[in-house]
Ligand binder design. Structure first.
Ligand SMILES: Nc1ncnc2c1ncn2[C@@H]1O[C@H](COP(=O)(O)OP(=O)(O)O)[C@@H](O)[C@H]1O
Ligand SMILES: [Mg+2]
Length: 499
């Protein structure tokens, strides 16, 4: 049987033509095909005159022409199948997609070469594992931590946030507050500023007066216990807690009759009058008055000691909830190596501020603790910070804590101690951790506390000014913070070094 061949050539090359005729027909066909291709090709991009030369594409849609296109079609690899896990290892040159354009502009994502924006409230609920708006910022001195915090604050004001800085031990936020039209309260020996930490904030609309009175009492007791614990350097005994309770109730009742606000001095006086305490508590054995002796002396420091006056008088400022920024300048305190005065002042100042922040309708707010490493060793203050951290979501508050090293968190106490547990709790309640450059001897602590990968650990040892590793709920970015020239001028802390 003759073999049949399926071929299209008879359609354009007649079978019984001579070789010369066949060759001529093939050449004619090739020329026709070339002509058709040229006719179908798009007009060259360079020839097209659009209305705006700026908007004209640089290259045609099918890519850059010529050999530089690297599309010679010569590279032919065999197909290869692999799992996505292997593919990620085999093709690691992928940059993070970024957190989206929503939020406050921070600077440049170094790997993706894209703008980096961040807003804890915008990310909440959108990013998996992003469970709270709190942030930790760690880095060695002079790398631009405060500059980043100030930029975040300044730019956040434009997004409708309000900023509170209860801890500014260097007094460098005052100029920022002034520039934004906010207020600063400077506290220190010889300064006119006074804060009464027992001020009761205005009752939020819709709360039951009795519930609110209970809340105010709880806050005042917490504050008094914190202050006493800081001065005594130990936990309070059960009898001492009772004594504080009784003394506070005595003072509050007396002040309510006179229409005044309780002062720390009143509490110290009530604790000091043994008989009054015992009678009020109905203690016939007369033990309560004696048990309160240590407490009396502890509170005395705030009333007659080195902090005299500052926290034992009616406040000289009212909390202004409409001001964009409020900072408490503590640079006159704790200069001589003893941080107790600073911690006491910060406890009072933050209590005063927090009671004003308790209004859940107060909008979104940012509370910034600059140089927080100085107060890390004080359990009482850590406790206050922790309760504030826990409330952050309910009140619409993002907390930002600035420290030097991750090991600052470990100075809060020995392994297993309450202080250490509180500090580690603060860290785990920060969904965003920003790590600026760390000293080589700090790398292993940082890596183990934050669970950094080898590459990340290597990266943080080589970061330059303004550049940080941002860990946002498990995602990593290396970000260069970009300062506006005006910000640079305003935030400059190097002037005295250069002068
Ligand atoms: N991203 C940045 N770009 C340029 N200069 C910066 C940047 N961040 C900080 N600086 C400058 O570096 C200096 C130290 O910054 P600062 O925020 O005070 O450091 P830190 O708080 O970490 O000790 C400041 O004078 C500031 O102007
Ligand atoms: Mg700083």
């Amino acid at each position: 049987m003759p073999r049949t061949r399926a071929s299209a050539s008879p359609l354009f090359v007649p079978r019984h033509a001579t070789r010369a005729q066949q060759r001529a027909a093939r050449a004619g066909y090739a020329a026709a095909r070339q002509a058709a291709r040229v006719a179908a090709a798009p007009v060259h991009q360079g020839d097209r005159r659009g209305p705006d030369p700026e908007l004209r594409a640089t290259y045609p849609p099918n890519g850059r022409p010529g050999p530089a296109s690297a599309r010679g079609g010569k590279l032919k690899l065999p197909a290869h199948r692999m799992t996505t896990a292997v593919a990620a290892g085999a093709y690691p040159f992928l940059a993070e997609g970024g957190l989206g354009a929503e939020g406050i502009y921070i600077g440049r994502d170094v790997h993706a070469e894209a703008a980096f924006c961040y807003d804890p409230f915008a990310l909440y609920g959108r990013l998996e594992g992003f469970t709270n708006p709190n942030m930790l910022l760690a880095g060695i001195i002079g790398m631009g931590k405060s500059a980043l915090a100030k930029s975040l604050a300044t730019r956040a004001v434009a997004h409708g946030y309000r900023i509170y800085v209860p801890c500014d031990p260097k007094g460098e936020w005052t100029v920022v507050a002034q520039a934004l039209g906010g207020h600063t309260i400077a506290l220190g020996p010889g300064l006119p500023g006074r804060l009464n930490p027992l001020d009761a904030p205005d009752r939020p609309a819709g709360t039951d007066p009795e519930d609110w009175a209970g809340e105010v009492r709880k806050r005042r007791l917490l504050l008094l216990a914190s202050l006493a614990r800081t001065v005594l350097g130990r936990d309070l005994l059960p009898m001492e807690h009772t004594a504080l309770d009784v003394a506070l109730d005595l003072v509050v009742t007396a002040c309510a009759e006179q229409g005044t606000t309780p002062l720390l001095g009143d509490i110290a006086a009530a604790l000091g009058s043994t008989d009054r305490l015992d009678t009020a508590a109905g203690d016939r054995t007369r033990r309560l008055g004696r048990a309160a002796e240590d407490l009396t002396h502890a509170l005395r420091r705030l009333v007659h000691g080195d902090l005299a006056g500052m926290f034992d008088a009616p406040s000289t400022v009212r909390f202004d909830p409409t001001a964009p920024m409020l900072t408490i300048d503590l640079c006159r305190l704790g200069g001589a190596g003893d941080d107790t005065a600073l911690v006491l002042a910060m406890t009072c100042a933050s209590a005063w501020m927090e009671s004003a922040l308790a209004d859940p309708t107060g909008g979104r707010r940012w509370v910034i603790y600059d140089e927080a490493w100085r107060v890390m060793r004080h359990t009482a203050l850590l406790e206050r910070m922790q309760s504030q951290w826990k409330l952050s979501r309910g009140l619409g508050i993002a907390n930002l804590m600035v420290i030097h090293r991750l090991s600052d968190l470990l100075t809060a106490g020995d392994a297993g101690s309450r202080g250490r547990a509180l500090a580690e709790g603060l860290l785990s309640d920060c969904s965003t951790r920003i790590i600026y450059r760390q000293e080589p001897d700090q790398l292993s602590t940082a890596a183990s506390l934050l669970g950094l990968t080898g590459i990340e650990t290597q990266a943080i040892s080589a970061l330059t000014k303004g550049r940080g590793l941002w860990k946002v709920a498990g995602r990593s970015f290396i970000t260069q913070h970009i300062l506006h020239p005006h910000e640079h001028q305003l935030f400059d802390t190097d002037t005295r070094m250069q002068a």
